[in-house]
Design a protein around this ligand. Structure first.
Ligand code: ZN
Length: 166
């Protein structure tokens, strides 16, 4: 496994539409492993392939660091409710903004074995799924935020900060 360089806002690749993954290859398996390693190393809870410069519809998420999820060619098929809270992104280091997302989503995708699965997410997982899927279409959270980007203390930065219970 290896760490990959995270592309930051201003890099054109973050604005491109990603292509579907047609088959699982050794190269893609290595990419998935590297994305998990890079995400954990940077204390993120989600990472999309374009954030490491690869234009594939591929996302990794682990909101509790116990449930690693691989989402290939993901599509949200159900959305319900609303949650409003701070959101950050490894591609916009040191920044957060308030974003409203559905409180629950169901996502249809392929897993690492290219089997069709459905992932149901509430709360932080629903937020992470929406955020990461947006990356696959070149959308950053600042595009859909309710308010302006704010600076955060870098040491306290998280990919997502869930304010639901506050
Ligand atoms: Zn992001």
């Amino acid at each position: 496994m290896a760490l990959r360089q995270i592309r930051v806002d201003g890099d054109d690749i973050l604005r491109k539409k990603c292509k579907e993954v047609k088959e699982m290859t050794e190269r893609t398996r290595i990419l998935i492993d590297d994305m998990f390693e890079t995400m954990y190393e940077t204390n993120g809870v989600g990472l999309a392939a374009p954030q490491v410069g690869i234009l594939k519809r591929l996302v990794v998420i682990d909101v509790d660091y116990e449930t690693p999820l691989v989402l290939i060619n993901p599509v949200i098929i159900e959305r319900e409710g609303e949650q409003t809270g701070d959101e950050g992104c490894l591609s916009l280091p040191g920044k957060v903004a308030v974003v409203t997302r559905p409180s629950r989503v169901v996502c249809r995708c392929l897993n690492e074995e290219m089997e069709e699965i459905e992932i149901e997410g509430e709360g932080l997982l629903a937020r992470a799924i929406c955020h990461e899927l947006d990356h696959l279409d070149g959308i950053l959270y600042k595009d859909v935020a309710d308010g302006p980007l704010r600076d955060v203390d870098y040491d306290e930065e998280d990919e997502f900060e869930d304010l639901e219970d506050e």
